[in-house]
Ligand binder design. Sequence first.
Ligand code: HPA
Length: 278
Amino acid sequence: MHAQITLDQIKETASALRARLAIAPRVGLILGSGLNALAESVENAQIIPFRELPHWPLSTVMGHSGQLVVGQLEGQPVLVMQGRVHYYEGYSMSQVTLPVRVMQALKMETLIVTNAAGGINPDFTPGDVMLITDHLNLAGMAGLNPLIGPNLDEIGPRFPDMSQAYDRAYLDLARAAAKREGILLREGVYAGLSGPSFETPADLRFLRVAGADSVGMSTVPEVTVARHGGMRALGFSGISNKANLDGSTITTHDEVMEAGRVITPKMEKIIRGFLRSM
Ligand code: HPA
């Protein structure tokens, strides 16, 4: 899966979108499995189905609707992606991250990503929200980095720094927002795998010793591309299930969707608080 999105294609998608937008969004939000409801709180919402935008990858997964919701959230002009695509759907990493490239073409400054994830840290319980302080780019280490291919020099450098993938000042604002709302906010390292099979118990024990607190199948490509183009990133994992390091229970997509119902209101409060204080 190596289809490369070109700078011309990015510009084409961005112009098609810009032509329809009533406002200039500043903050992009990508919503994970079962976490789509936040888009429903956007005010003066303009809805743009992904299929109406050239080159935009279309989601094939249950629980991911495919549309952009553009409007205001806590006074900030936001562009919310209700649904995202994953590498395991058969798209290239370049296609998976086209939406972030389009945000950059629109001169947006901030990317907030949410995902559903397995909880590897034994202190975590399904329903918890985890602030992502760093990630393990495991797919990237295996050769699936979204920046592989000709560098888009107009957007960013060949060898971008990733020492502060998640913006330090944003981490503090998110912590403060959770505290104000009285919500327990876990913190940790997210391990990004390709999926779609869930991990074996041996995979999970490996991830635990490697320093992972949560594990999922998204987010890392989008944040890598965001940083390449100089956007500031903030990310949250909704812990939908306990990673099963001894093989005694099974993990299902239904369980992931169900946990989203508990996680969404907490995530919404934290993200709203963050946007207010930005
Ligand atoms: N593993 C990987 N991805 C996931 C999980 C998991 O346990 N839960 C939700 N997304």
